[in-house]
Design a protein around this ligand. Structure first.
Ligand code: TXA
Ligand code: MG
Length: 310
């Protein structure tokens, strides 16, 4: 067995024993627990400081495992076929209440499911042989960790196993779509609205709290410093998240994408928010960033980092 395989086995054993594990995914690092184990899930909420009304995503190895816990209609099937494994989470009716315990679902009769594309996450779930809940590995309200060291800094102390999968390729959390009545976009993410609508047609908005993801508080993903959006340039004592080729330079300037590429900007967003925050600035100013395609998810995270209602 290679070293990497042995590490996967240890992480799966840690989860099976009721402990927590830090796992890389293609979106952000997750803090994982066995979805069927209420004590492990309780420890997970505790470690994150997460309100218990905010349900978790059940991560599966593949569609076959997902179909053992949730009901897939034609639209869910089509979306899973188009985007799994990958950064899309589907909220569906739960069919096996024990497989994803009540606490993990915050008592709802729906369950959020996703099959991550990262080979390490996939290997651990397959080795455990059942769904794994994994919220982003940050303490509640903080930016999601997109590197192994950021994940360790946030919640490493609570994990019995921690696997390094390198920096997360996507850098933003998965898109969340509810397929309970009308299809609704609950959280914009790496799979864009346009890509989803191309498969199942128009998405309704999550226009009120009943339809919004329960965990979507206005101030979320927040660094310590205040965040100032749509800033053409930084003011004295501010750090600056720049975008594109014409940005100023300086010790506190972090360019999300010098070429103006949204995917590159998304992959750097949380790591650069953290890096800017470490310079202890008066505020973090952020350049204007286009809001089409992936830009919708970037704008969503920035608005929440700035404390605006989303
Ligand atoms: O990319 C991701 O999804 C990452 C990686 C680790 O997979 N995970 C992640 O989990 O972002 P978390 O717990 O930070 O976000 C889960 C989101 C929350 O907004 C939660 O409210 C929503 O999914 N959610 C979970 N179950 C739900 C349900 N039954 N109905 C509506 N929203 C739900
Ligand atoms: Mg999160």
């Amino acid at each position: 067995m290679s070293q990497a395989e042995a590490a996967v086995q240890r992480a799966a054993q840690a989860l099976a024993s009721g402990a927590l594990a830090i796992l890389p995914t293609e979106t952000v690092y997750g803090l994982a627990a066995d979805a069927a184990d209420p004590r492990a899930v309780a420890a997970l909420f505790e470690a994150k400081g997460r309100p218990r009304f905010n349900p978790l995503i059940a991560h599966v190895a593949d569609l076959a495992m997902a179909e053992t816990i949730a009901r897939f209609d034609d639209r869910a099937q089509a979306l899973a076929e188009a985007f799994w494994p990958g950064p899309l989470t589907l909220v569906l009716p739960i069919t096996d209440q024990a497989a994803v315990c009540d606490l993990a679902r915050a008592g709802l009769d729906s369950v959020a499911v996703r099959a991550p594309a990262h080979p390490v996450a996939h290997a651990v779930i397959a080795a455990l042989g059942r769904p794994v809940v994994a919220p982003s590995a940050n303490r509640s309200g903080r930016p999601s960790p997109t590197t192994f060291s950021d994940a360790l800094e946030e919640t490493g102390v609570f994990a019995l196993a921690a696997l390094d999968g390198g920096p997360c390729a996507v850098g933003l959390e998965s898109t969340v779509v509810a397929l309970l009545d009308e299809p609704r976009l609950l959280r914009p993410g790496a799979v864009t609205r346009e890509q989803i609508e191309a498969v199942i047609g128009p998405l309704a908005e999550a226009e009120d709290d009943a339809h919004r993801s329960p965990g979507r508080m206005a101030r979320h993903y927040a660094p310590q410093a205040p965040v100032r959006l749509n800033a053409a340039a930084p003011e004295p004592d501010e750090a600056y998240l720049a975008f594109g080729p014409d940005a100023p330079e300086g010790p506190r300037v972090f360019n999300l994408s010098p070429t103006g590429d949204l995917a590159e900007a998304a992959s750097h967003l949380f790591a650069y928010l953290r890096a800017a925050d470490r310079t202890a600035p008066r505020a973090i100013a952020v350049a204007p960033i286009p809001t089409h395609g992936l830009g919708e998810a970037i704008a969503d995270r920035l608005n929440r980092a700035a404390g605006f209602v989303g």
